[in-house]
Design a protein around this ligand. Structure first.
Ligand code: 5AD
Ligand code: SF4
Length: 466
């Protein structure tokens, strides 16, 4: 049997074919969903550039389009199938267009079956574990193969760890750095463990070297990513956990802010909080997805913590920094969530005073445990609860943000705000800060004195000295 070509050999082979074109073909990579998926999208872009494609944002005009999909909620899936309908019409006018589907949806059998039978214009489908096989897949496609749909050899993936692939970063000052992949938690509503597999941690020296390089290239925000960063290291030979990894990154020379997500409350203990407080480069903010304020629902979700335990972590952080910033994820309308359960969530929100929440109406994902649970709460009731929750959070945020009035916040400037003449950025607490200033400040740190609180941001005046 012939040995499999390496990723670089496949990249070179594609490059040789494409270099014969007068103008290089263009590719559009559209990523849906979470930041880990966006980071996979950046890896795909890096490989495509190396193969000789140019990149475009306009998928209707591209020669190749890759939808890097998300499967966490049903509406994300619906959007992909809707957008595929648009691509079908584009391909009718431009038959050479190559259409690819990857990401979490590509790991689901019902999706691949549907694409196989009803979306015959889709040329390639590959799962997240087969990211490194993209050059081989493109080579086969350019060599005349009609369709490449998750063949078994590609499902075996990970001969080259996909997490060590380079990323073509969309930003020149904010970088995401995956530290671990997969999840072992099996929360009953969640499809992630089924589509992303078990937890695998990257070696600490690879992460530290990547961050060092990013900082020397001028990156100012390093976002460490993982489905559950707090279990980082449990699968490594080296004895290291997430707080120790944070300390090593904090010790890297340079002016940059460290952020991370997501943390599971069952594993986010005192050691993590001590590290956030101690390390000057870590943003003073923790995203701690609670999902529900009801112990009964948490138990049905298999979250393995109680609200009492969750609040202990919040109180511990606030014993050092009284207004330590917390954000969270909340699911509304988990099967048979009673009015009382929901009110416990509202109570918790008032108690914790989150600076922001990401809330989702429960979406049934077939294959998960929760999908088998009976549910007698109507969709209308779920929508009403969502509206109530969002309205409460708006009140909480406005009240919370008043604590910053009169303070000076150090802000990493993201770019122009929607309001003319204004810029927008994020503080150490991950709060949106708006101020009058010039576009040339994008990507730098500025000090802003806060004068006003809105329900989604604070507004202030830039201070001269930085
Ligand atoms: N329905 C609704 N929300 C979900 N999430 C995960 N699975 C589902 C689902 N089936 C939410 C959780 C998680 C966030 C990333 O997505 O709140 O923290
Ligand atoms: Fe899904 Fe729970 Fe794992 Fe988060 S911790 S990815 S919600 S199973």
């Amino acid at each position: 049997m012939k040995p499999e070509k390496t990723i670089n050999e496949n990249i070179s082979a594609v490059w040789e074919i494409l270099s014969k074109h007068n103008t290089p073909p263009s590719a559009c990579v559209h990523s849906y969903g979470c930041q880990l998926n966006v980071s996979d999208g950046e890896k795909i872009k890096d490989m495509l550039l190396k193969m000789g494609f140019t990149l475009t944002e306009n998928y209707e005009k591209a020669d190749m389009v890759i939808f890097n999909t998300c499967a966490v909620r049903e509406n994300a899936e619906d959007r992909v199938f809707g957008n595929l309908g648009i691509l079908k019409r584009c391909k009718e006018e431009k038959p050479h267009m190559i259409i690819g589907i990857c990401g979490c949806m590509a790991s689901l059998e019902h999706v691949t079956d549907r694409i196989n039978s009803s979306y015959k214009f889709v040329d390639i489908v590959f799962a997240p574990s087969a990211l490194d096989k993209l050059p081989a897949i493109v080579l086969e496609k350019l060599s005349g193969k009609k369709r490449i749909l998750c063949p078994d050899q590609y499902k075996n993936g990970e001969k080259i760890p996909v997490w060590e692939l380079e990323q073509k970063r969309d930003s020149s000052f904010k970088a995401s750095v995956p530290v671990m992949f997969g999840c072992n938690n099996f929360c009953t509503y969640c499809i992630v463990p089924y589509v992303r597999g078990r937890e695998r941690s990257r070696k600490p020296e690879n992460i530290v070297n990547e961050v060092k390089k990013l900082v020397s290239d001028g990156y100012k925000e390093i976002m460490l990513l993982g489905q559950n960063v707090n279990s980082y290291g449990s699968d490594l030979e080296e004895n290291i956990d997430f707080p120790e990894l944070l300390e090593r990154i904090n010790a890297i020379d340079g002016d940059f802010v460290i952020r991370f997500m997501s943390s599971h409350p069952k594993d986010a203990g005192r050691k993590l909080i001590d590290t956030i407080i101690k390390c000057e480069k870590i943003g003073k903010h923790l995203h701690l997805p609670v999902q529900s304020g009801s112990d009964e629902i948490l138990c049905k979700m298999n979250r393995r913590y109680t609200i009492k335990k969750y609040l202990e972590t919040i109180d511990y952080a606030r014993s050092f920094i009284p207004d330590f910033s917390f954000t969270t994820d909340i699911i509304v309308g988990f099967p048979n969530e009673s009015r009382e359960d929901f009110e416990l969530t509202l109570k918790l929100m008032k108690q914790v005073k989150y600076d922001n929440i990401y809330s989702f109406i429960y979406s049934k994902r077939s294959g998960t445990k929760a999908a088998e649970m009976t549910d007698c709460i109507s969709d209308d009731e779920k929508s009403r609860r969502m509206t109530e929750l969002l309205s409460l959070q708006r009140e909480i945020s406005t009240e919370n943000y008043k604590r910053f009035i009169g303070r000076t916040m150090r802000v990493l400037v993201d770019g122009k705000s929607k309001k003319d003449g204004f810029m927008t950025g994020k503080s150490s607490e991950f709060v949106i800060v708006e101020f009058e200033g010039s576009e040339s400040l994008t990507g730098s740190f500025v000090n802003v004195e806060i004068t006003e609180a809105k329900n989604w941001a604070v507004v202030g005046k830039i201070k001269k000295e930085i």
